[in-house]
Design a protein around this ligand. Structure first.
Ligand code: BJ8
Length: 383
């Protein structure tokens, strides 16, 4: 019996179109749109102000040639793609955004933001990168307060602590529900595919808890139905793969596809485009909700932090929950942070968890698919 699709609307399998429809309909109701690029953008603050966060286009190889007329070719494809979309005017989310929020994560991104700021109002937040130091929390709290002032001024509205508290508690609710959804991928064999995780995660990032609640209720009911009917993805014998590393979307989805074609099951995408955006709890009813937000965002296990032991801890938690047989670390070409960090990640995966580990360095082209396939097949044979 074929599984009942989790979404059976016209946007099934095209998550970007569903999100575009969602954001356009909110905009028609008068909600201004704010563009974001990164897992450090405090979505709860944006939503508390009645604004819509739109994740900007960054995952297609199509605009890279345009970007390379300005940017160096030996730069991360995510940065080139983002800027290429801006230059070509082909990202509908960027076009709808009245302002863009950016962060000083990696060097390439922050220098690209200077160029993008010539086209659209851009607020750059100075992200502390020694996140374990006590000053980091103070400094990041100040940055979120400055963002609040920027948004209040740009959109001519004020936000109360109370509204932020409500937004935080709603975000916790949504994230808990999303973690429950991901639990179906932890089953043996999983009840959901990587496409479904990607599809739902893509919408859940900008949507509110209230909007996601009925969607997730329907999705969970369908998943329960699958469980009752014994409908799974793959078989219990197929190797389970955790994919860590840089964000994956659009043309980079080839990594998930290749793992699947090689006979593996992607059981959890651990990236800002996967489960990462939904983990953790933000302190509720804090005297200082902005500080509570800052604390949660400093826990994001991004390789731009140093040291970044939080990534190893987060990986261990995921390995414990999803029981992968192997870990693939997906590193975008010229991403030095994730590339260098991969040594520690590989050592942790093999020494602490005794699992086979494979680093794949790639960009958005399809030239290296054969090579990636060979490496993935060799990995899966070790399982
Ligand atoms: S929180 S992972 S979304 S920075 S652009 S660092 S791939 S060289 S995307 Fe990221 Fe925020 Fe971290 Fe998540 Fe490397 Fe490319 Fe830089 Fe990149």
């Amino acid at each position: 019996m074929d599984p009942q699709p989790l979404f059976d609307d016209q946007y099934a399998g095209v998550p970007a179109k569903r999100v575009l429809h969602y954001i356009e309909s909110k905009r028609e109701k008068g909600y201004p749109v704010v563009g974001i690029y990164c897992g450090y953008a405090p979505i709860e603050l944006i939503q508390a102000m009645g604004l819509i966060p739109a994740v900007l286009c960054a995952f297609s190889k199509a605009p890279i040639a345009s970007a390379e007329t300005v940017l160096p070719a030996n730069l991360c494809p995510l940065i080139k793609s983002s800027y290429g979309f801006i230059l070509e005017g082909t990202c509908p989310f960027f076009a709808m955004s009245e302002a863009v929020i950016a962060e000083t994560t990696c060097d390439g991104k922050k220098k690209m933001f200077e160029l993008a700021a010539e086209i659209k109002p851009m607020h750059v937040m100075d992200l502390p990168q020694l996140a374990d130091e006590p000053e980091a929390l103070e400094n990041w709290t100040v940055m979120i307060r400055k963002l609040q002032c920027f948004l209040e001024k740009t959109f001519d509205r004020k936000i109360s602590d109370e509204a932020l508290q409500i937004s935080i508690s709603n975000a916790n609710k949504k994230n808990r529900a999303m973690r429950k959804f991901f639990e179906y991928a932890a089953m043996h064999p999983p009840l959901i595919s990587w496409q479904e995780m990607y599809d739902i995660g893509f919408l859940a990032l900008p949507a509110t808890a209230e909007e996601m609640e009925p969607i997730l209720e329907t999705v969970m009911a369908k998943l329960e139905q699958r469980a009752e009917n014994g409908i799974h993805f793959g078989t219990a014998k197929m190797p389970r793969v955790l994919v860590s590393g840089c964000p994956v979307g659009g043309d980079a989805l080839k990594i998930f596809r290749i793992i699947e074609e090689a006979g593996g099951l992607v059981v959890v995408p651990d990236a800002c485009t996967g489960i990462k955006g939904f983990v953790g709890e933000i302190e509720e009813n804090s005297d200082d909700p902005v500080k509570a937000l800052a604390k949660r965002y400093l826990e994001v296990p991004c390789a731009c932090m140093t040291p970044n032991n939080r990534r190893l801890t987060a990986l261990s938690d995921l390995i414990e929950q999803f029981k992968p047989d192997a870990v693939v670390d997906f590193v975008l070409t010229a991403c030095h942070s994730y590339n260098v960090e991969s040594y520690k990640v590989g050592r942790h995966v093999t020494n602490t968890h005794g699992l086979p580990y494979l680093k794949i360095e790639s960009d958005y082209s399809d030239n290296d698919e054969g090579q990636i396939r060979t490496k993935v097949e060799a990995l899966l044979e070790m399982v």
